[in-house]
Ligand binder design. Structure first.
Ligand code: ADP
Ligand code: MG
Length: 324
């Protein structure tokens, strides 16, 4: 018998099972490494990727220059006929938000498959259930109210990056699905009232609403709601009237109508930003493969920074609901 116990090649366990540590130890080392990685990145979140406080790349303008807009303290409405390019436009925003480890992402997708690719990056993913959608909006409303209570206490007007309060990007793909297609009239109204409240009051509390609809009509986008959106992006519409419903009354008569966009010109629309004049913009295109790659990367990054697992109170959340 030799003086030293013989060693088996890593990571096999010894034949008689007497050294279970051999298997467990590498796993412990791995877990510790993951913890250290997460801690390092938690300290240095923004340095590791884009930030929601920075402008977001949306596409190119007619002058060929990239168009970047800050979304913090703003809301955006995207509308246009089916197939015009709204979801592609949305993907640019969701990608930026998902990769920004300094914000949270709440996705509402009546079709499930449009924003579904980003599901693993979302703190909350609401599919085609109006009840869930209303509950989620109520949760957002109470989050907004408590943020305002804190701001009021501190005699401040809006959140700032130094607060550590994470902006919440709320993306609604197909407003009309929740506001006019499923559920009862009362539920649809409740949904619309909640959306309006978030769009009206959410900005300073860091709640950014991005809403898309393929029904640019007065019942889905009443003037009072439309006017609350600082950014409005009208993709191809069938008539000047529906283009005006998105951009604002009178723009079509002045030559800015998304009905002038050719049906085959996918992804082109007029973007009105905060009281300027509408600009013709082509949305940047992300292929499905690129979206998959970005979503995977963002999800891993969020996992490492602990964002995907916990809400601001440190409670575990799942991706369907966290009703209390
Ligand atoms: N910016 C773009 N660049 C290139 N192709 C685009 C662009 N936007 C849309 N498309 C094409 O049009 C199709 C429909 O776009 P999508 O965003 O799904 O429309 P919508 O959401 O408005 O119904 C896309 O699958 C893509 O092939
Ligand atoms: Mg779409």
């Amino acid at each position: 018998m030799s003086e030293h116990p013989h060693t088996l090649p890593y990571p096999l366990q010894s034949a008689d099972g007497s050294e279970p540590g051999r298997l467990v130890r590498p796993l412990l080392a791995l877990a510790r490494w993951v913890d250290e990685y997460a801690a390092r990145h938690r300290e240095d979140r923004t340095a590791a990727g884009p930030s929601i406080w920075e402008p977001i790349h949306l596409g190119v303008g007619e002058d060929g220059r990239p168009l970047r807009l800050p979304l913090i303290y703003r809301n955006m409405l995207l509308a246009g006929e089916p197939g015009a390019g709204k979801s592609v436009g949305l993907n640019n925003i969701v990608a930026h938000a998902a990769l920004s480890a300094d914000c949270r992402l709440w996705l509402f997708d009546g079709k499930i498959v449009e924003l579904g690719l980003w599901r693993s990056c979302a703190e909350r993913f609401i599919a085609n259930d109006l009840d869930d959608a209303i509950q989620a909006l109520l949760d957002l409303q109470s989050e907004m109210d408590s943020r305002y209570a804190v701001l009021d206490e501190q005699r401040r007007r809006k959140i700032a990056p130094s607060d550590g309060v994470e902006p919440i990007v709320v993306v609604l793909d197909e407003l009309a699905y929740f506001a006019a297609t499923v559920g009862t009239k009362r539920e649809q109204e409740a949904f619309s009232v909640l959306v309006r409240d978030l769009v009206a009051r959410g900005r300073a509390a860091g709640i950014i609403v991005i809403a898309a609809t393929q029904r640019p009509s007065a019942d889905i986008i009443p003037t009072s709601l439309r006017d609350l959106f600082g950014y409005r992006w009208a993709f191809r519409c069938t008539t000047d009237t529906s283009s005006d419903i998105v951009l604002g009354h009178g723009w079509a008569a002045r030559g800015y109508s998304s009905a002038s966009v050719a049906p085959e010109a996918k992804g082109i629309g007029f973007l009105l930003a905060e009281g300027g004049i509408p600009r013709r913009v082509k949305a940047a295109y992300l292929s499905d493969a690129e979206v998959y790659a970005l979503a995977d990367r963002a999800a891993l990054h969020r996992l490492a920074t602990g964002l995907a697992h916990h809400n601001a109170d440190g409670q575990a959340v799942d991706d369907t609901r966290s009703r209390s």
